[in-house]
Write a protein that binds this ligand. Structure first.
Ligand SMILES: [Zn+2]
Length: 144
């Protein structure tokens, strides 16, 4: 695929992709909310600022755009051909940060989940049901 965007334009296009991630976050949050899950969003006081945090049960959920978070072997994660080095470095940095945050959270006893953009797009209901099952499992473990 030839890349016909200039550097400037490419950054513009990419920043629009980034803002779209929010749409996915909203979708995931609404789904959980309608099933009675209460959470905090973008909580600053928690490592990595999870998109969704259920503090009571130490559950942190990240909703990741596949491009920005470098989802391996995913069709949405394709590096632009122009300015390749710039993007490679930037996205590698994002990936590394995600990994570090997950490790830190887990060390503090958090349960970390990632919902990927491609899962939301291809099989939203199944993805969310899977997540809900995990949440229920943790809940019942902590309550018993
Ligand atoms: Zn993906």
């Amino acid at each position: 695929m030839a890349d016909c965007f200039s550097k400037q334009k490419r950054r513009e296009v990419m920043s629009k992709i980034k803002s779209k991630d929010t749409q996915i976050e909203i979708k995931v949050r609404h789904w959980l909310y309608h099933r009675g899950i209460r959470y905090r969003k973008n909580c600053n006081t928690i490592v990595g600022k999870p998109d969704i945090a259920i503090q009571k049960y130490k559950i942190a959920i990240f909703v990741h755009g596949c491009f920005w978070h470098g989802h391996d072997n995913c069709k949405y994660y394709r590096l632009p051909k122009s300015n390749l080095e710039y993007w490679k470095e930037k996205l590698e940095k994002n990936k590394k940060r995600d990994k570090t945050n997950t490790e830190k959270l887990e060390q503090m006893g958090w349960n970390v989940f990632v919902v990927w953009e491609c899962q939301v797009k291809s099989d939203f209901e199944a993805t969310m049901m899977g997540l809900l099952k995990e949440i229920d499992k943790i809940k019942s473990m902590k309550e018993n």
